[in-house]
Structures are given as C-alpha cells and as structure tokens.
Design a protein around this ligand. Structure first.
Ligand code: SAM
Ligand code: SF4
Length: 499
C-alpha cells in the first residue's frame, strides 16, 4: 500500500500536466473505420501460445490518460494477463501516449526506439492514446517493431484487437474518432486504493485553435448519470472515499440518461448526487471550461462540504485579443466575472489555472495583460506552458510566431510571478488547521503527506504508525512556494478554515 512520498506535488510550469491530446496526420477517410488488420502476415500459430501472458504499461500525460490506463489494465487482467514492472519481462508492452505538446510526443518515439534492437521474438509492442491517433499507421513505418496502434476512442475494441494479435496477426489498428461510445469496462485496475478517477465525459467539442484534443479524442460523449452513480456506490463499498470526476471539459457534461427515467442530471446535480453517496467524503472534478462554468456549480460546492472547494479553471491568456485568436469563446472580462462569482462563495474556493505564453501574435502588451490578470486572480497554482505548434491545428498557420527564446523569457517571468503569489498564499496558512487525506509516506520515519480539500499538499509528521488513506487533522507550521509543512493534531476540525 505504501507509496513514495510525493513532496512538492504542486507544479508550476509546463511539466506534462494537462489533459492528453494528439491529432490526426492522415486525412479522414483514409483511415480504417474499425479494427483493421493492417498487416500483412498471418501465422498459423500465435507467437503467444504456450507463454505466460504478461503486460507492461507505461503512461504519459494527464489524469485522463492515467485513468484510461487503469481501464486498459483492467481489460487485460480480465483476459488472464499479469502486469509486470519491467518491459523486458512482458509479452505485451503498451505505451499510453500524450501529444499535447511536441516534447511529449517526441518522448514516446524515443521510448519506442529502445526496442529497435531489444524487442524479443513474439513480443507485442503497442502504442495507445493521442500519439497513436495522431500518427496512425505512420507509427508502423517509423517503428516497424510496433504491432498495435489504438486511439482512445477505440479502447472498447482493445480486447478484440489483442485477440487478433493472439491469433497471429502481426499488425492491428483502432483509429475511430466518430464513435458515440464511452470507454466503460467491466473491470478497472485502480492504482490508488482510496481515491478513484472516473471519466464522466470523453472527447471535446470546443475548437481551441492550438489544441489537438478534438482530433485525437473525438467529439464529446457523456456517460449516463445512472451508470456513474452505480459505479460510485460500488467504489464506496470497496472503501474508496475520494472520487475525481474527469473530462477535458468536465462541466460541459450532458446526461444522456433517458428523460423517461426521470434522472437526467445537470453537472452540478451530478456533483451533489455523487457527494451524497454514503462513504464518499470528497468529490473533485477537472477540468472546467470557463464558458460552461455557472453559478449552480458554486452553489453545489457551497451546499456540501464533500464537494471539494477547488476549481481548475484554465484561462490560457489574460488578453482578450489572444483569447479570440485561441478561439476560447470568452473574453478577459467574462473570465474575471466567473472568478468574482467563485470568490463571492460562502465557502472559500481555491482556483488553479493553465496559461500558455508565446501564442502567435502575442505582443508585450498581451503578455502584460496576462501578468496583471494573475495579480488580480492570485491563483493557488498554475500550469504554465510555452505555446507548442501542433499538426493540423488552426494556429499552426498563424502569422507572427514568437521566437523560442522569447517564449522562454516570458515563461520564466510568469513562473516567477506565480511563485511569489503562491509563497504569499501559503504563508497565510501557517498556524491554521486543515483536514488531509493521507496519500504518501516518506522513507523518513513519522513523515507523511496529504491533500487538503482545496488541493494543497501538506507534508507532516505524526507519531502514529499507519495513516495511508486516513483523514487526519494537521496544523501548518511552515510554508514554501509549492507545499506546506505541518504536524498532526488531535481532535476534529470545527470547520475548514483558511484565508
Ligand atoms: N480542456 C482544458 C481546457 O480547455 O482548459 C484543458 C485540457 S488541455 C489538454 C491541457 C492544457 O494544455 C491546456 O489547458 C493548455 O494550457 C495546454 N495546451 C494545450 N495545447 C497546447 C499547445 N499546443 N501548446 C502549449 N500548451 C498547450
Ligand atoms: Fe483542447 Fe480547448 Fe478542448 Fe480544452 S477545451 S481540450 S484546450 S480544444
């Protein structure tokens, strides 16, 4: 159960966070419309026959990718596979990939390159996720030792695809994006025994001009509220106390449950219903799109302490001109109105964001607007990125690209500003008490870490021996830019306090 102590979980700058993405290089129509045996040789006997079936799965990118991997692992375990820690010990090696920025995509190809000479006879190497969707069958040309390429919208077909490979086919692809299904599995192998991810909406119907996600994850598909609530109850029965609802634009959720059943829910109603499931103590949700963020969500947070008082609301830029070029569908002022609504809540709500610097045409004044917006909002955390041009996105063809050194300069200024804001906000918590869900244990004796409801990491000491998965009360003794340090205190909190 123990896991490494994750000091400094709050991240400041472009470090492979964000929701996974990718894009399609091959024009629609030239792609196989369903599982396709792209290759070629069929041998009469499976290379896997007679072997212990084992798999290795490595995940790149966001929480949605992590959760997809949990489901993929569930599918394979249900088929009798055993998960192993090292790729060389596996009969099937899978990489669940991210292509939201160029660097992330490059990392995948360098990982695949490691198999050029070391791939063993009969071993299956597969590429899943956004790079798979983006590159399609090109992957076979770039890395001929790969035998499975599957985008996230086709994961439901993974068992059949694996069966094809087990039957001796040498190359299989699943690259649909037009499916209206969500990826639900009979079994999900969850990595964390007390906090469960749950995807409630897949794909994205927005069209931000820099983003590959609509290409790689397909259109929005929401999962029925009845099925979501059924799973939450099962999770609670299994001992999970925290549920994190996931979606690229989680608050754009549209319940497909038939109205006749009388249970078609808005996103805010779903939040409340999940929070009311017996045994669930915390409900998180990410990522919220500003356009669809309404007062009903704030009211839901106000009404139930089990709904965590944290909103991740990516702004991307503080300049209305840049927001327009990004096709974000809101202005600076409209975004700030949403922030004012959150700040006016009866219960303090922490706010984090994503910001991109160096978007084509971003002037010094635009950048200064972003810095001013950060001062005004005073985010509890920010994931900051240099704009990365991605294939097939509208912004790729935009004029006035910003030179790489200038992007780096702006990113450094932005990060410095955010560090200062976080240091001040964290310092204001010293001497206050918080409830934590304990998620990490240090190798050093008596040292633990956990998250507050508003998603702050606190590293703390306790004389107790086994705390993982428990809720404890901690007093903050000191603060840094990225995390807080505290000590466990006796008793229960009167109320959750922080300023
Ligand atoms: N759907 C969420 C939203 O609209 O805010 C965000 C999901 S996105 C996959 C995660 C973050 O990656 C984005 O918020 C954005 O800041 C960043 N990102 C996406 N495309 C990018 C690009 N081409 N270059 C740099 N950062 C990018
Ligand atoms: Fe990408 Fe925009 Fe969709 Fe977010 S809302 S996933 S940034 S297209």
């Amino acid at each position: 159960m123990a896991k490494a102590f994750d000091f400094g979980v709050e991240r400041l700058a472009g470090m492979g966070v964000g929701m996974g993405g990718g894009e399609s290089e091959t024009p629609e129509g030239t792609r196989p419309s369903s599982i396709e045996i792209a290759g070629m040789a069929r041998s009469s006997a499976s290379p896997l026959q007679g072997r212990v079936r084992t798999f290795f799965l490595e995940t790149f990118g966001c929480q949605m990718n992590e959760h997809d991997s949990e489901k993929v692992a569930g599918v394979l375990l249900a088929r009798g596979y055993r998960q192993v820690e090292k790729p060389e010990a596996a009969s099937v090696v899978l990489y669940n990939t991210c292509s939201i920025r160029e660097k992330a995509a490059q990392k995948v190809f360098s990982r695949l390159g490691e198999y050029r000479t070391t791939k063993k006879e009969g071993q299956i190497i597969g590429v899943l996720g956004c790079v798979a969707q983006q590159e399609g069958e090109e992957i076979f040309a770039r890395a001929p030792w790969v035998s499975l390429v599957c985008g996230s919208a086709s994961y439901r077909k993974l068992p059949q695809m694996i069966a094809q490979l087990e039957a001796g086919n040498t190359r299989v692809t699943g690259l649909d994006t037009d499916t209206d299904e969500t990826f639900e599995t009979e079994m999900t192998r969850r990595d964390n025994p007390w906090r469960a991810y749950l995807t409630i909406i897949e794909g994205c119907d927005k069209a931000c001009s820099y983003c590959v996600v609509p290409f790689t994850r397909g259109p929005e598909r929401s999962r029925g509220s009845e099925s979501i609530l059924r799973e939450v109850k099962e999770l609670a029965d299994l001992g999970y106390t925290e549920v994190q609802l996931l979606g690229q634009t989680v608050n754009s959720y549209v319940d497909p449950t038939p109205a006749s059943s009388g249970r078609k829910m808005r996103f805010s109603e779903l939040l409340v219903a999940v929070a009311e499931v017996a045994g669930i103590r915390r409900v998180r949700f990410t990522t919220s799109h500003p356009r669809d963020f309404g007062s009903d969500i704030v009211q839901a947070i106000e009404s139930l302490p089990a709904i965590c008082n944290h909103v991740h609301l990516p702004v991307q830029s503080g300049s209305t001109a840049v927001l327009r070029a990004m096709q974000r569908t809101y202005t600076r002022d409209e975004y700030l109105e949403k922030i004012a609504m959150i700040r006016a809540a009866k219960r303090a709500i922490s706010v984090t964001t994503d910001i991109i610097v160096g978007f084509p045409g971003e002037t010094e004044n635009d950048f200064a607007d972003t810095l001013r917006l950060m001062e005004e909002v005073r985010y509890d955390g920010a994931f900051t990125f240099k704009y990365s041009p991605r294939p097939n996105t509208p912004s790729l063809k935009m004029a006035d690209a910003i030179p790489e050194e200038e992007k780096s300069r702006r990113l450094a200024i932005l990060m410095e500003k955010q560090r200062g804001i976080q240091a001040e906000l964290n310092a204001a918590r010293v001497g206050k008490r918080f409830e934590l869900l304990v998620g990490g244990k240090s190798r050093r004796e008596n040292q633990w870490s956990g998250h507050t409801t508003d998603h702050k990491v606190v590293n703390f000491t306790s004389r107790r021996q086994e705390l993982l998965g428990d809720y404890v009360q901690v007093e903050v003794k000191s603060a840094g830019e990225n995390s807080l340090v505290g000590e466990e205190v006796e008793g229960r909190l009167q109320s959750i306090v922080y300023s």
